[in-house]
Design a protein. Structure first.
Length: 93
């Protein structure tokens, strides 16, 4: 149930990013704040979101890496590859 709720939250964040912020439908607002954290308005969002998720060390960075890992998985499945957990370039932070 918890995973389902986090999935819904990610879906809502992606929708907000696309519809309201005219961003990619495959990126959460948190991940976008991480990517653009050097820009003044995005920096404010980055700090605000990280404070909101105070129990995570860096929520926006974590969200960005989750989005990237999902994209890598989708591409691997599309190409018929298998992901190897011993590949040093996959999942680095």
């Amino acid at each position: 149930m918890r995973d389902w709720l986090w999935g819904i939250a990610a879906w809502l964040s992606q929708g907000l990013n696309k519809i309201v912020l005219n961003g990619s439908p495959d990126m959460t607002v948190s991940a976008r704040c991480y990517v653009n954290r050097e820009r003044p308005r995005w920096r404010t969002g980055y700090r605000l979101i990280n404070r909101l998720f105070f129990w995570q060390a860096n929520h926006c960075k974590s969200s960005f890496h989750s989005d990237v890992m999902y994209a890598v998985t989708v591409l691997a499945v599309h190409r018929g590859d298998t992901l190897s957990t011993d590949n040093p370039s996959v999942g680095q932070t």
